[in-house]
Design a protein around this ligand. Structure first.
Ligand SMILES: [Zn+2]
Length: 314
C-alpha cells in the first residue's frame, strides 16, 4: 500500500507517476506561520494545469514539499479530489541551496537525531498533526554548497532511521554532485539499503561518473529538472548510457514542476506546466531514438518500485 493524501491505495493504482512535483511552495519558510493565500487561490491557479496533465494520463504526483517549505495538506487534498490525481505527500525537511536552516522548523533544529526520527515516524504511523494523512516518502535537501553541514547530517541520519523503521524511501535533493560521496558515507554508516535512497536532481549537473557509481550501488537516480530545462538535449545521451550499463531500472523521472510559489518579494513565479513531460519531453526523446515504451516503463514500473515500502523488520 502507498499513502496518498486521500488515504492508502494499492501500488497498482499509482500507474503513471511523476516523482517530483510541487503544488504550493512557500519559500518564506517555517518562521512565517501566516498564510498569504487561500486554498481557493491555489485551486483556481493550479487546477487547469493538473487537468491538462490528467488528460495526458498522469495518475499520480509525488509532491516533494515538506513542512517548512510550504507543505499544505488542505491544498493537496482539494487538488487531489478535484483533479482525480493521486497525490503523495512527504515527511522530512528541506535544507538545500544556501538557505542555511531557513526552511527547517525551529523545533526540529533543536532536536537530537532520534527525536527528529520519532516525529517523522509518528507522522507515518499516526498521520500528520490530527489530519490522519500519512506521508508516502521522506524528503530531504542538502549538500548544495559542496559539503554537508552538521544540521544537514543530522537530518540525513534522522531520515535514514525513519526509513529503516517505516520502509519509506528517501528523496534527497543534491544539486552539487561532489557532496554525494559524503551523503553515501552517512547512509552506509546508518545501514540504509541503497534502494531506499533517491538522488534527487541527479540530472542537475549530469555528472555521469557519479551517476554510474551510485547507480551500480543500487541507488535511484532521479532526472527531475525536466520542468525547468531550456532544452532536453542532455537527456537522450544520458538515458542511452544508462541503457548500455543496464541501469535503466534505477532511473526515475520528475519535473520539479508547478507551482503556486509564495516568495518574499511576492513576485509571481512562472508556472511550469505538469503536462510538459508528455507534450514536449516524451516526443523529444522519441525523436532522439528513445522509445516511448521505455519512458513509460520508468514512469510506471520504476516509480512503483521506488515508492513501495520495503525491507523492514518490525
Ligand atoms: Zn523540488
Amino acid at each position: 500500500m502507498i499513502n496518498t493524501v486521500l488515504g492508502p491505495i494499492s501500488e497498482d493504482e499509482l500507474v503513471v507517476t511523476l516523482m517530483h512535483e510541487h503544488i504550493v511552495v512557500n519559500i518564506v519558510g517555517e518562521e512565517s506561520s501566516e498564510k498569504t493565500y487561500t486554498t481557493e487561490d491555489v485551486l483556481a491557479y493550479v487546477l487547469p494545469y493538473l487537468m491538462e496533465a490528467k488528460e495526458k494520463n498522469l495518475q499520480t504526483i509525488v509532491e516533494a514539499t515538506p513542512l517548512g517549505l510550504g507543505r499544505d495538506l488542505d491544498v493537496l487534498v482539494q487538488c487531489s479530489m478535484k483533479s482525480g490525481i493521486n497525490i503523495v505527500t512527504c515527511t522530512g525537511a528541506w535544507e538545500g541551496m544556501d538557505y542555511r536552516g531557513k526552511c527547517v522548523p525551529a523545533t526540529i533544529k533543536e532536536m537530537s537525531i532520534d527525536e527528529i526520527a520519532d516525529v517523522w515516524i509518528k507522522e507515518f504511523e499516526e498521520g500528520i498533526d490530527s489530519t490522519g494523512i500519512k506521508p508516502g516518502f521522506i524528503k530531504l535537501a542538502l549538500g548544495d554548497e559542496g559539503k554537508i553541514f552538521p544540521l544537514q547530517e543530522k537530518l540525513l541520519r534522522a531520515a535514514v532511521r525513519t526509513s529503516n523503521k517505516t520502509g519509506m524511501v528517501i528523496q534527497c535533493h543534491i544539486f552539487e554532485s561532489s557532496s554525494l560521496p559524503s551523503a553515501i558515507r552517512i547512509i552506509e554508516e546508518e545501514k540504509l539499503p541503497y534502494d531506499r535512497f533517491i538522488w534527487v536532481h541527479a540530472d542537475g549537473q549530469m555528472d555521469m561518473e557519479k551517476i554510474l557509481e551510485s547507480g551500480k550501488k543500487g541507488i535511484w537516480m532521479e532526472f527531475d529538472c525536466i520542468g525547468s530545462a531550456e532544452d532536453f538535449s542532455k537527456y537522450p545521451p544520458a538515458i542511452k548510457i544508462l541503457l548500455e550499463e543496464d541501469l535503466i531500472e534505477q532511473l526515475l523521472f520528475g519535473q520539479d514542476s508547478g507551482s503556486y510559489w509564495i516568495k518574499e518579494e511576492e513576485e509571481e513565479w512562472p508556472m511550469r506546466p505538469y503536462a510538459r513531460f508528455f507534450n514536449e519531453f516524451i516526443p523529444f526523446c522519441e525523436k532522439e531514438g528513445i522509445d516511448t515504451e521505455l519512458i513509460n516503463k520508468v514512469i510506471i514500473e520504476n516509480s512503483k518500485r521506488a515508492l513501495s515500502i520495503k525491507h523492514i523488520n518490525k
